[in-house]
Design a protein around this ligand. Sequence first.
Ligand code: CTP
Length: 396
Amino acid sequence: MTLKNKHIVLGITGSIAAYKAASLARLLIKAGAEVQIVITPAGKEFITPVTLSALTGKPVVSEFFTANDGTWHSHVDLGQWADLMLIAPATASTLGKMANGVADNMLITTYMSMKAPVMVAPAMDLDMFAHPATVRNLEILRSYGNIIIEPASGELASHLIGKGRMEEPEKILSIVEDYFSEGQSLAKKKILITAGPTYEKIDPVRFIGNYSSGKMGFSLAEECARRGAEVILVAGPVSLKINHPNITRIDVESADEMYNASVKEFPAMDAAILCAAVADFRPSEQYSEKVKRGEDLFTISLVPNKDIAASLGKIKKANQRLIGFALETNDEETNALKKMVKKNLDYIVLNSLNDAGAGFKHDTNKVTILSKNGEKKDFALKSKKEVAADIVDYTL
Ligand code: CTP
């Protein structure tokens, strides 16, 4: 009974995949969960509430009021009751309403009142799934901290073949089970994470920066917070949003600011994961006014920045763990091992720029983790979210 006593609100919307929600409800109940179904008006066109309430043993909630008897269904109570809200299937329209707070049905009001984490399993035609509106809405939902269960590829109800099929109920069940089993494995732990690039100012309008998007560090922050850790996320200039009650975000711009914030926070931490692409140098001089075009050669001399990882390595106590990253183009493992020793790290996560789909700018990454005890583990190319879970599993 992996889901014993777990309260799950299962939201069903108007997609042909709604028929799979009945199997999903049954699997969740068999695993021990109590399931309350909330269905949209369009959802009821695809599957009848009678089937669903017979499976869950509870009346299905659909309207704000029960017709004729004046009973009001409280979305607020459902928000408090649930340990998880799972919306499966989620149509493009529901994703749009969730992203924009269009609370015109019981499912969306329940979503907006939800105190528990929310998982969303989209289902739609391949062109709708690929439309920029859907892509953007999913991005917004991720930034709210919602977990997206990516649809699978295969034959769709339209007979077209592509990505958009709701993930199979058995797979969704296993994602929910994993979610609860990892539950609070990092409860009471305090973790510092650095993420993103740094900008080193030249003059009021120019800087030296790098291509780091911050995605890997933000995924790590989300993963640690999801497992119950208190996270301090020191973020360089990135356009990412993050929203989790366990995450305190400190925005910085330069390597020097990142250094100051990290050194201040580290003594109270159990671990630090240094994912930021910190600039190694900054201009020796910062101009207070915009540098004007000239005919002569213009040179900027650079001075080295402090090494945050090495500085934390020096003040690290025996009960603290330090995890660094290495992005290499050649002699990857040898260079990474050298960095681990030099900076007194416990683990180093190696990305190679030679691996397609890995490193900066991508949503995916392929890493090898090396430990100071000489262990080594290679991981496959995965989404940065999955890579974050691997890193946390292996190093914390
Ligand atoms: N790092 C840091 N502070 C710096 C430079 C790097 O904390 N000023 C951290 C990174 O966040 C990463 C690790 O050190 O976890 C390795 O970063 P990398 O840039 O690969 O190493 P460098 O020491 O800068 O070596 P090089 O650029 O010469 O390869």
